[in-house]
Design a protein around this ligand. Structure first.
Ligand code: KIV
Ligand code: ZN
Length: 515
């Protein structure tokens, strides 16, 4: 079969970040972007620069850090958005502006309050304006999945004429079914007269659990770019998951007449990194990256796999990175081994002081834990990352007493804006007591919406990784903490969430405010 290239456009840092609570710092975004680059993702959508100064700086930092992948910034079809995206991408080796406007009747009438003619005019204007900054302009027809086909074709023809080189067909609300969406792509490609001058792309949301199926149906009908996210993160029920798209196409080369250029062995590591940073755990039965994805429980299956792997496995675990990258460090490992493993994991330090601080934390961990795995290193850097010095609150010490028949209590000392403050509290359990003490020191009024604890690796000496979701005044944030002691991990996670709640910066949402 002929081998067209299927372009992988990752939007974990933009649409993925639109998942409630999944916000990421600039340094975290750069780390994820470097991992995506290492995985040979073609295009990295780094953010929505007009949303806030933090978003602008993140896109700028990713544009400056990534050399091999294209870096893309999102912009509504508005002057301010496009100019801001162009500015943020200045340092990129290869930058793309992704501009969009809605084309469905409900969005045009109720949200934009614009006529179809005005939408076409604005779309053409936006593409031309974006071309002032770069030749690589992508246009998206928001809510294409519910748009009139004739109108879509009209818009696409006009924006290709105006200079768009990628045309994205989003199923923004996850409404389509695979046969229908495949047919849409087929008809658009057939009917848009200048379709051969652009790459057609799809961007599917997962509201009916069909994002991957819809994307694949589109690929079978000529789409040559898929927009997706690591672990399927994204607005509401998420986006099509990158790992599922890439492995479906790779595994079924008997069906697809295209393939991606991805190094799939980086998938598991990248999945863990994103999960770790966002605090969104990966369900064990998740395809490709779930802990059970290659585990065989039934005796018959185990027997079959031992006799011949292909009896029950359609992919090799090592091809998606399950057994790779497992080099273990221990308490005797030196700074060089530590540093080079981190570099391989896409983690680089800006100064020797940062490296030394991380190495000291690694030594502490290695004292408590016999073997330190990649997952431990990722948690170690995330939990007290490079940006940690900007956090206002940190844990100085925690003492808990928990005994059968007695009320648990906790003594907590925090550093708040550089000043140490202590508090004791009793609670239903040691974590409750610690949280009450922290809350009375910070007086944030955070509502704990979710608490989960997972072990980072196997073994009773594994680090526990705690994720909390906190809410205040309608704002949701996730906090993470990791430690071999899960009460300490819990306290760190809570403090991490509180630090995020204390950041005042407000961000615009790309799909709320519009033209
Ligand atoms: O879902 C969507 O339509 C989007 C666009 C901005 C591409 O995220
Ligand atoms: Zn989207």
């Amino acid at each position: 079969m002929s081998q067209d290239r299927l372009i992988i456009f990752d939007t974990t840092l933009r649409d993925g970040e639109q998942s409630p609570g999944a916000s990421m710092t600039k340094d975290e975004k750069v780390r994820i972007a470097k991992t995506l680059e290492k995985m040979r993702v073609d295009v990295i959508e780094a953010g929505f620069p007009i949303a806030s100064s933090g978003d602008f700086e993140s896109v700028q930092a990713v544009a400056n850090a990534v050399r091999e992948s294209r870096v893309c910034g999102l912009a509504r079809a508005l002057e301010a958005d496009i100019a801001r995206a162009g500015e943020a991408l200045k340092g990129a080796n290869a930058g793309r502006i992704h501009t969009f406007i809605a084309t469905s009747p409900v969005h045009m009438e109720r949200k934009l309050r614009m006529t179809p003619d005005q939408v076409v005019e604005q779309a053409v204007w936006a593409v031309k304006r974006a071309r002032d900054f770069t030749d690589d302009v992508e246009f998206s027809a928001e809510d294409a999945g519910r748009s009139d086909l004739d109108f879509l074709c009209r818009v696409f023809e006009a924006v290709i004429e105006a200079g768009a080189r990628t045309i994205n067909v989003p199923d923004t609300v996850g409404y389509n079914l695979p046969t229908q969406f495949g047919e849409t792509l087929h008809r658009v490609l057939e009917r848009v007269p200048n379709a051969d001058r652009a790459v057609f792309s799809v961007h599917c949301h997962n509201d009916l659990g069909l994002a991957v199926a819809n994307s694949l149906a589109a690929v079978m009908n000529g789409a040559r770019q898929v927009e997706c996210t690591i672990n399927g993160l994204g607005e509401r029920a998420g986006n099509a998951s990158l790992e599922e798209i890439v492995m479906a196409v790779r595994t079924r080369q008997d069906i697809f007449s295209c393939d991606t250029g991805l190094d799939t062995t980086q998938i598991v590591l990248c999945s863990k990194l994103v999960s770790n940073i966002t605090g969104f755990p990966v369900q064990p039965n998740k395809a490709i990256v779930g802990a059970n994805a290659f585990a065989h429980e039934s005796g018959i299956h185990q027997d079959g796999v031992l006799k011949h792997r292909e009896t029950y496995e359609i992919m090799r675990a090592q091809d998606v990175g399950w057994t790779q990258n497992r080099m273990v460090l221990g308490k005797h490992s030196g700074r060089n081994a530590f540093r080079s493993r981190l570099v391989e994991l896409g983690i680089e330090f800006e100064s020797e002081a940062e490296l030394n601080a991380a190495f000291a934390r690694f030594k502490d961990l290695a004292d408590k834990k016999h073997e330190v795995f990649d997952e431990d290193l990722q948690a170690l850097v995330t939990e007290k990352g490079i940006e940690a010095e900007n956090e206002r609150v940190s844990l100085v010490s925690l003492r808990v007493v928990s005994e059968t028949g007695e009320t648990p209590y906790a003594d907590v000392t925090l550093s708040i804006d550089g000043e140490e403050c202590s508090m004791s509290a009793a609670g239903g359990g040691p974590v409750d007591a610690a949280y009450k003490a922290i809350e009375s020191l910070l007086d944030i009024g955070a509502d704990l919406k979710l608490y989960s604890v997972n072990s980072i690796t196997s073994g009773t000496d594994s680090q526990g990784e705690v994720t909390v979701r906190l809410e205040r005044g309608g704002r949701l944030v996730n906090g993470q903490g990791a430690d071999t002691d899960i009460v300490i991990a819990s306290a760190k996670a809570y403090i991490n969430g509180c630090n995020k709640l204390m950041e005042t910066a407000q961000r615009a949402h790309p799909q709320v405010a519009d033209v």
